[in-house]
Design a protein around this ligand. Structure first.
Ligand SMILES: N#[N+]C[C@@H]1[C@@H](O)[C@H](O)[C@@H](O)[C@@H]2O[C@H]12
Length: 447
């Protein structure tokens, strides 16, 4: 049996997010978020599911941490629920909310698990949405004030910080495509929101530096790889637009202080002009200490004038698919990681999300999710290959520890290495849990 050994200091972890696992939405002083509103709006979430209970991790976090301890992870990536801290988005602080996260972080530290905190994982306080949400520049300032409070409150306990999770989803998926909260379908609005998210990120990083908070800070863009179906210029340019939309649009401003001109022009031609105020780009290009990369799938793309706003379509090349319909292609993971390293340099990278939707259920007390093991094996091998090619990857965090509320798909889609029975809330370790436990224990991959 051959092995791929990972570096001595390579970190292994699991990830979750507040709205997807906590539940207790009307307990502990929490205020409503846009996902409370969206999930309770008929037709928005499959089967009318919502995060009211989810995995009940607000009450069961000790059980979840015991699972992490058994798994042997070094890092736990979680998110703080902004409306659990500021029920009105700003102003009065909910001390019960802070106390909950102190209990959880203290329990992680007691168990030798490093907390990695995502400040924004999509649960914007509804009060702020009622004032325009991320389209309103006041929300940028509200995010900075929220971030400052959390920085100060957990300084010394939390040393790895992520400002915003998947700004492409927060802006374009949620305000142009409209599949996520708040469900707008307006490209110009989405472009403006994408800029405000980057501004919020940059200002929060600047505040983190000003406060001299110990630790490292980054953000977590979702990325993909689009392989041109042919070398025809039209196909190559169509794929460049697809990658530009999800990758360059969010990384260029932070690493170069400018947006990719070809995308600025494309949006302008689609009546969605980018509006930048003096000084914005200076804020946005605050240096980060690392990037979190969220990767799930890649596609083969080709030009199609009827292929939506970007005039690009995905070509089914017969790759295996996950139970949410995404193509499985670990080669794309390697391609996008090396693309990022080539374009943005030696910046340390954590894989902050990688995983697969496999909906296998419990049979005889276990879940035989071999397809998840195969996916994880192929993608962790792609990480090893990228490392060998010189990509500065510091850790791998799989999505997710638990099956959880999968946004507009509700509870129908399962990404966890631990199965959750949503009626009894019983956790059942899947075969992938034990496989990942072995990878972590050895910090090597059997190939
Ligand atoms: N879908 N899917 C799974 C996973 C989602 O559950 C996370 O909350 C997001 O950060 C990212 O989209 C990836």
């Amino acid at each position: 049996m051959a092995y791929i050994q990972f570096p001595e200091d390579f970190k292994w972890g699991v990830a979750t997010a507040a709205y997807q696992i906590e539940g207790a939405v009307r307990q502990g002083g929490r205020g409503p978020s846009i996902w409370d509103t969206f999930s309770h709006t008929p037709g928005k979430v499959l089967n009318g599911d919502n995060g009211d209970v989810a995995c009940d991790s607000y009450h069961r976090y000790e059980e979840d941490i015991a699972l992490m301890k058994e798994l042997g992870v070094n890092v736990y990536r979680f998110s703080v629920s902004w409306p659990r801290i500021f029920p009105e988005g700003t102003g009065k602080v909910n001390k019960e909310g802070l106390a909950f996260y102190h209990r959880m972080v203290d329990k992680l530290l007691e168990n030798g698990i490093e907390p990695m905190c995502t400040l924004y994982h999509w649960d914007l306080p509804q009060v702020l949405q009622d004032k325009g949400g991320w389209d309103n520049r006041e929300t940028v300032e509200a995010f900075v004030a929220y971030s400052e409070l959390i920085f100060k409150e957990f300084s010394g306990k939390i040393k790895s910080w992520l400002t915003i999770n998947e700004p492409w989803c927060v802006s374009f998926l949620s305000n142009f495509i409209g599949a996520h909260a708040p469900g707008n379908q307006d490209l110009a609005l989405a472009v403006n929101i994408s800029h405000h998210l980057l501004l919020a990120h940059g200002k929060a990083v600047a505040r983190f530096r000003d406060l001299d908070i110990p630790g490292k800070i980054g953000f977590a863009p979702n990325v993909t790889w689009l392989e041109p179906y042919s070398r025809d210029q039209e196909d190559v340019e169509a794929c460049r637009r697809g990658m530009g939309w999800m990758v360059d649009w969010f990384l260029d401003p932070i690493f170069t202080g400018t947006y990719p001109a070809f995308m600025v022009d494309w949006f302008a031609a689609n009546q969605a002009p980018l509006q930048i105020k003096d000084g914005d780009m200076e804020w946005i290009k605050q240096p980060v200490d690392f990037i979190g990369i969220n990767y799930y799938e890649s596609n083969v793309g080709r030009h199609n004038p009827q292929g939506g706003m970007l005039e690009v379509e995905s070509v089914d090349m017969g790759y295996k698919k996950t139970d949410i319909g995404w193509f499985i292609n670990a080669e794309g993971f390697y391609n996008v990681l090396t693309f990022i390293a080539d374009k943005y340099g030696e910046i340390p990278i954590y894989i902050t999300e990688n995983g697969i939707c496999i909906n296998d259920g419990v049979e005889d007390g276990t879940v035989n999710d071999q397809r998840r093991i195969d996916y994880l094996k192929g993608h962790i091998a792609a990480v090893a290959r990228s490392l060998k090619s010189g990509v500065n990857i510091k850790g791998y965090i799989t999505w997710s520890l638990l099956d959880n509320f999968e946004w507009a798909e509700g509870y129908s889609k399962r990404f966890g290495i631990v199965h959750v029975n949503y009626r009894t809330l019983e956790r059942t370790k899947k075969e992938s849990f034990f496989w990942y436990q072995k990878v972590i224990g050895n910090s090597w991959l059997e190939v």
